[in-house]
Ligand binder design. Structure first.
Ligand code: ADP
Ligand code: MG
Length: 488
């Protein structure tokens, strides 16, 4: 098949995709036991009778898991199911000693939400959230430790997960990437998960189908399992779309199936044919009481919700008249925004603070690969420095190149005092500047003559030389005016 025909056929089809996103919650202990839920221990260090699934061991629900799921549900505009319960999903696997996974099937904790994603063309798109349910993670089988045997590590068994299931509203790989990016930011912002895809705290299954442009019925979908980076989600969707277009174009049919993604090759391959839900024999878990979320509790969780980045960005845009892009940079970085807020009471011009943070400070941090939380200049110090610049007590250049680095080692409260000690304050004494101007004009006699004959361009030279002699401690605008006066 030539490339041109593939392109023509691709244009005739539309992608339809819905994501199932597993988020590992960052609680101290597991969902049904007091075993540690932290990552990185030696195999089977974090286990007890419950994690091992020993007969008669009883699960007990970790309340914080419920609270974190509700926080995410609220942020995703979901309806919170105040009475919900756990089901058993039955299957046999070596890393699942109980023979079932505790999850939620018919009664998810959150339902019917949505999320607005930002696309690169500047538009927003709403993606529906079908449900969010609670579940426990399974253990891990290790096949690469020994020639003959496989091993099982049950540290991960019982680690709390939520699964966010979107509606099939995604229409491109870009939308899927934007959706995941947004969710990752959100779980981090709400402190419900570290959102780390490499360590598996965020995993995504992508359901993918195609249909003819203009059709309203959905096509048969394939589900690509366990995508562990946003880039791979994009690649898997792009590959699968082309594959399905090709199969359909050649007169074939898409068979509903579960696929693996090979990150080296960038291709998908069949894993197993899809189980039917009734293979799992879901039924309510008799060991656990239904979850009942009181009005009081829900109200408490609601009132403790932080303002979300989008709302913050909206406020910043109206308050400071900055662009949406600028506002989002500030609002989406929790540490940067917290720094901004701490500097705010001290700074006289809010807009200058934003300019410094998004300009100079960000450049410094980028260059040093440093996070703002570890930056040694304290917010209040930066605010004072910015005030000195705005009040023309110090030049922008000296502030950036001398004062800012000097502040890094200092706990000093009075930044102006430090600027004075370092001899950086602008000389307010006009006479002192006039002396420097005389010196420069005397040194550059031929240029002064040229100026008088109409070569106005040399003015910049005079200003520059005076600023040099003043070691930057003069207001360039004032120097400019004084020289003009002199040369009249
Ligand atoms: P299951 O529980 O069997 O996995 P769901 O109906 O809950 O099935 O859907 C799982 C995911 O598949 C959801 O994210 C949904 O948006 C998506 N999905 C459903 N139908 C399609 C389709 N025809 N094409 C692409 N994605 C789909
Ligand atoms: Mg599914």
């Amino acid at each position: 098949m030539s490339t041109t025909t593939v392109v023509a056929e691709s244009n005739a089809f539309e992608l339809v995709s819905g994501l199932e996103i597993h988020v590992q919650l960052n609680t101290q202990s597991k969902i049904f036991s007091s075993d540690s839920a932290t990552f990185g221990a030696l195999p089977n260090e974090h286990i007890s009778a419950v994690s091992l699934g020993l007969p008669g061991a009883l699960p007990k629900l970790n309340k914080e898991v419920v609270e974190k799921a509700i926080r995410i549900g609220l942020a995703l505009n979901c309806h919170i199911n105040q009475s919900n319960f756990f089901d058993r999903k039955n299957y046999f696997y070596a890393d699942l000693p109980k023979g079932y996974q505790i999850t939620q099937d018919n009664s998810p904790i959150c339902k019917n939400g949505y999320l607005e994603i930002q696309l690169s063309d500047g538009t927003e798109k709403r993606i529906g959230i079908n449900r969010i349910h609670l579940e426990e993670d399974a253990g891990k089988s290790l096949h690469d430790q020994d020639d003959k045997y496989s091993f099982v590590d049950l540290n991960r068994a019982g680690v709390p997960l939520i699964e966010i299931v979107t509606e099939p509203d995604v229409r491109s790989a870009e939308e899927a990437a934007a959706l995941l990016t947004e969710i990752r930011q959100l779980v981090r912002f709400l402190n419900v998960s570290d959102g780390n895809m490499e360590e598996g705290s965020l995993r995504c299954d992508a359901n993918i189908s195609i249909r003819k442009q203009g059709d309203t019925a959905f096509g048969t979908r394939c589900e690509v399992k366990n995508l562990n980076s946003i880039r791979n989600v994009r690649r898997a969707i792009d590959f699968e779309f082309s594959r399905q277009v090709e199969v359909t174009g050649a007169g074939g049919t898409i068979i509903q199936s579960t696929l693996n993604f090979d990150a080296d090759k960038g291709t998908t391959s069949p894993m197993r044919s899809k189980e039917e839900a009734n293979d799992y024999r879901y039924f309510p878990d008799p060991d656990l009481q239904p979850i009942s979320i009181s009005d009081d509790w829900l109200a408490k969780i609601k009132s403790a919700m932080p303002i979300l980045p989008k709302q913050i960005a909206g406020q910043l845009m109206t308050e400071l008249g900055i662009s949406k892009a600028e506002a989002m940079v500030l609002a989406e970085d929790k540490d940067l925004y917290s720094y901004y807020q701490q500097a705010l009471p001290e700074v006289k011009q809010k807009k200058s603070l934003v300019n410094w943070l998004l300009g100079n400070i960000r450049a410094i941090l980028n260059e040093r690969q440093l996070e703002i939380a570890k930056y040694m200049v304290r917010p209040v110090q930066l605010a004072q420095l910015i005030n000195l610049v705005d009040e023309k007590k110090i030049s922008q250049q000296n502030a950036l190149q001398q004062l800012l680095p000097a502040l890094e080692g200092h706990q000093i409260q009075d930044v102006e005092e430090l600027a004075k000690q370092l001899n950086l304050l602008i000389v307010e004494d006009t006479n002192a500047i006039l002396i420097l101007i005389d010196e420069v004009l005397a040194k550059y006699q031929p240029q002064v003559e040229a100026y008088k004959k109409g070569k106005k361009g040399v003015l910049g030279l005079f200003v520059g030389e005076v600023m040099k002699l003043a070691k930057g401690k003069a207001d360039a605008k004032q120097v400019n005016e004084l020289i003009l006066e002199k040369l009249k």
